[in-house]
Every structure is written in C-alpha cells, then in structure tokens.
Design a protein around this ligand. Structure first.
Ligand SMILES: Cc1cc2nc3c(=O)[nH]c(=O)nc-3n(C[C@H](O)[C@H](O)[C@H](O)COP(=O)(O)OP(=O)(O)OC[C@H]3O[C@@H](n4cnc5c(N)ncnc54)[C@H](O)[C@@H]3O)c2cc1C
Length: 328
C-alpha cells in the first residue's frame, strides 16, 4: 500500500503508567489505555479474548471484559457477529473502538461502508502482524495437551512478562497456572515456524507502515538503543498514528507516557512493516502429514522434535541454576 497524500504518519514510543495493567499486556499496554478511555467516556470496545479456549472477538463496555482483551493471542480470531454489533452501536451514535488485524479492520470498514453506516464514531487500531496461525491446529495442540497430561487446559498465556519483556518474554507461556513447561512453549515455535499461518498471510497486502486502521501498534523492538532511558524492560509499544487529528490518542491520554520518534527509527526492526512472513518450505508437507497421519505425528516431526525438547530442558536447567537470566 502506497502512502497517499492524506496519509501522514506520526510515530511514538509509549507505555501505560499502570504497571499491573502493563504486565498483563503484550508490550506497553497502549490498547488497554485507549480501551479504558473509550469505556470511561460511554463507548464500547471490540477486542480479542480467549473464551472456552477459543480465540474470539467480543464487543463490550465492561471493564472486566476489557481486562480479558489484554495481550496478544497468536491464533486467527473468530469475529463471530461483531461487525453487525458494531454497526448497531454506531447507528445509535455511540463510539466504538475496534482492535484487530489489518485485514479484519479493512473487512469491518468494507462491511460498514456497504451498509452505509457512518464511521465518524469508530476508531480502529491494527498492529504489525507476523501472520495468524490456524485455529484448527490450536485446537489440536490443546487436545494433545489434554491427552498427554490427562488434564483439561483451562487457560493459556501466549506470552507473559514474569521474567521481563523482549527476549525474556520469549519462553514464558502458561498452561493453567503452570509456567515454563516445554509443551507450553511449543506454541511459540509453531507460530514462528510459519508452517500453519493462513496462506494469505504470506502474500499480505498490509505489510507496510500505511495501514487500513486509524492507528497501528506493535512491540517497540530496538527501543533499548533508540531510547534506553525510556525502556524499563517491562514493555514499550510502538504507535503509529495515521492522521494528525488522532494524535490526541497519544498526547491527550493522561495515563500514557510517550516520546515522539522518527517513523523510520520506529519501524526499522519491524520485518512485517516491509514484508510478509515467508512461507516455510515444508508447509505443504506439514499439512499433508497432518491430514494423513494426525496432529501428534506432524507435531513431533516438525515442532516438538527431540532436539527441541532437549534444548528447552537444558535452557530451563541453566535458568534454574541462575546461569542464564531468562528462560526463552
Ligand atoms: C497474531 C499476531 C501477530 C503479531 N505480530 C506482531 C509483529 O510481528 N510485530 C509486532 O511488533 N507486533 C505484533 N503483534 C502485536 C503485539 O503482539 C502487541 O499486540 C502489540 O505490541 C501491542 O501491545 P499492547 O500491550 O499495546 O496491546 P495488547 O494488550 O497486546 O492488545 C490486545 C489487543 O490486540 C488485539 N488482538 C490480540 N490478539 C488478536 C488476534 N488473534 N487477532 C486479532 N486481534 C488480536 C485485540 O483487540 C486485543 O484486545 C502481533 C499480534 C498478534 C495477535
């Protein structure tokens, strides 16, 4: 997508002042800050939650739901009937904040425009996106956990900050309340293996800094070099505002600390601001093996390999012996 004449970009490094809320969010809790601002002012928020172990979007004006929306869920989210719900709320002239992938945002805008619904009271936030993994494989991964452990998964954290943010958050995934199991960490390996992203993600039109949403957020990778004094190790969001009028969603939010930065500096470590994630050359083989031989077979062959399990166990041992300061 090319920069259009009416498309300005303003880049910021931001962090929410409330450290507890920030700890539960993926980076600087920018989403939580804007979402709480919306419901405090009588609006609604549409965001992503884990409900009955399924990744779905919901619409709510309840602070407990907003809390559940914190954090990235690295699976394609089911939008259910959120577009229609948002349409109805906008027709009642109530503000709505929507947060999702760029393709979901573009889909929402197309839906509202086809229905001739006024979007003046809609604010959209998308994010730099590596791609969305298959919900089918996530379901298989959870079933496999249940079979192996003889225990139902009742919660999963795709990422947490018990040992900090950045490298330190890489190995931190929970099942139920159990942190750091090698199996819990395997979803991250599935995500970054690029074996099970939606096929279209490898040919995504939105890998650019000029996105369909009003605002784009992401992890501020490279912040330790750019603004070392602002980086406290607990997560900084990069925020790109695509229109001068919306700069207030950084500068006027009193609970937010921020620094304005150069756009190129802000996105230089964001691979997906420039290119879609490359398809793994074994992708077709993985799916073939999965359909022919089942999940456990494909999982052990491509993801949960003996060398992965051994490496993880060694890392964990070094971490427990305090010879390594993070467990990723
Ligand atoms: C699949 C996926 C891939 C990502 N890839 C990158 C990347 O390559 N680089 C990068 O910098 N950042 C990426 N992010 C964004 C990043 O993980 C953080 O969301 C971002 O740093 C903002 O953090 P935050 O603390 O402000 O907000 P958060 O608390 O993380 O924001 C939560 C909100 O994000 C949205 N969200 C969460 N999961 C999903 C989902 N599955 N589908 C749609 N919307 C969702 C929801 O509205 C949710 O309420 C990705 C996120 C997802 C979900």
């Amino acid at each position: 997508m090319q920069k259009s004449q009416n498309h300005d970009n303003f880049a910021f490094a931001v962090r929410y002042k409330n450290d507890i809320i920030r700890k539960n969010s993926s980076s600087g809790a920018y989403f939580q800050c804007v979402a709480r601002h919306f419901i405090d002012n009588g609006g609604y928020v549409c965001g992503c939650v884990l409900e009955d172990m399924k990744v779905v979007h919901i619409v709510s004006n309840n602070v407990d739901d907003i809390t559940r929306m914190a954090g990235s869920k690295y699976v394609q989210s089911d939008m259910k009937n959120c577009f229609a719900e948002i349409g109805k709320i906008l027709q009642d002239e109530i503000s709505v904040l929507f947060s999702g992938t760029s393709c979901q945002t573009a889909g929402l805008k197309m839906y509202l425009s086809n229905k001739n619904i006024d979007m003046n009271k809609l604010l959209t936030i998308d994010f730099f996106c590596h791609g969305v993994p298959s919900p089918l494989i996530f379901k298989e991964y959870l079933n496999n956990y249940e079979k192996r452990r003889n225990r139902k998964p009742i919660d999963y954290k795709f990422r947490c900050k018990d040992y900090g943010w950045g490298k330190a958050s890489r190995g931190s995934n929970y099942f139920n309340t159990i942190l750091r199991s090698t199996y819990a960490r395997a979803w991250r390996r599935i995500f970054f293996s690029d074996l099970v992203l939606r096929k279209k993600c490898h040919d995504c039109n939105y890998c650019t800094a000029y996105k369909p949403a009003d605002i784009t957020m992401g992890d501020f990778w490279g912040i330790e070099e750019l603004l070392p004094n602002f980086n406290d190790g607990m997560g900084i969001s990069v925020v790109i505002i695509h229109n001068r009028e919306n700069v207030k969603y950084v500068t006027e939010l009193l609970d937010l600390e921020y620094f304005e930065t150069d756009l190129n500096d802000a996105i230089k470590c964001q691979y997906n601001a420039f290119y879609p994630s490359k398809q793994n050359e074994l992708r077709e083989k993985f799916w073939h093996d999965y359909f022919e031989n089942g999940f456990d077979f494909a999982f052990k062959k491509y993801i949960y390999t003996k060398s992965f399990v051994i490496k993880q166990k060694i890392k964990m041992l070094l971490f427990l012996l305090r010879l390594r300061n993070y467990n990723g």
